[in-house]
Write a protein that binds this ligand. Structure first.
Ligand code: ZN
Length: 240
């Protein structure tokens, strides 16, 4: 019996994470596809909460930037500024923990990564062709990723890979080989400001996208009060 919560791109948004955890209730496992920190007001509390949940976590580009201080030059100005601020807030142990996160993980027939299996840290998967490259590299049947902040599901049947509708509260059967992106908990970019996540039901053989409302204004207030770039607060209201 396994009910597994798929979370990605929490980005230090504790208010959104708490709403998602409350909506999920009991789960047998939590898988996190990276970018736990960066952008948001509560990186340390988010790390602590996921550790408490014994989450299995892979590294995202923001995690590595905050953890190591390297690679900030490829970020846009606001992302780089937030990463530098987070580096200052986190303890040495927290930074070292981020720097030591694995790039990929295997669990229950899934390979987890942040971007893709071609480039776990940086590749954005937005097309069937990109999804196909990742599924062909995987030694597991299915894969999960994040990074785009847009929920997506690609199915491989034979050699063909196609995007499959992945809509909230509509279970999708675990047929063929799937690449699943649960969207972003802390900074959705699909035009829906609600936190996104997914639930994998290994008994029922389904995966379901879900959305949770949270107090966006409270996260915005914290972003501004803590001196992070204001644009990071503004975008949360529109989910872009
Ligand atoms: Zn991200």
């Amino acid at each position: 019996m396994s009910r597994i919560a798929l979370l990605s791109d929490v980005h230090g948004n504790l208010v959104a994470l708490e709403a998602v955890l409350a909506a999920i209730g009991r789960a047998d496992a939590f898988w996190v596809m990276g970018d736990t920190v960066g952008y948001g007001p509560d990186p340390s509390d988010v790390l602590a909460r996921l550790t408490e949940k014994r989450a299995r976590i892979v590294a995202g580009n923001h995690d590595l930037a905050v953890g190591t201080g390297q690679g900030l030059e490829v970020f846009n100005a606001h992302a780089a500024e937030a990463a530098r601020i987070h580096r200052g807030w986190l303890s040495a142990a927290e930074r070292d923990g981020l720097a030591a996160l694995p790039l990929t993980l295997e669990a229950d027939g899934f390979t987890l990564c942040h971007g893709s299996l071609r480039d776990p840290v940086w590749e954005y998967v937005f097309t069937g062709r990109q999804a196909q490259a990742t599924l062909q590299l995987a030694t597991t049947q299915h894969c999960c990723n994040g990074h785009t902040h847009v929920p997506a599901l690609y199915r491989m049947d034979g050699d063909r890979v196609a995007a499959t509708p992945f809509l909230a509260d509509r279970p999708v059967p675990l047929e063929g080989r799937l690449l699943v992106n649960p969207g972003s908990v802390g900074q959705p970019r699909d035009g829906d400001p609600r936190a996104a996540y997914a639930i994998l039901d290994t008994d029922g053989g389904t995966i379901t996208l879900a959305r949770a409302r949270y107090e966006v204004e409270e996260t915005q207030r914290r972003i501004r009060a803590r001196g992070l770039p204001g644009i990071l607060a503004d975008r949360l209201a529109v989910g872009l």
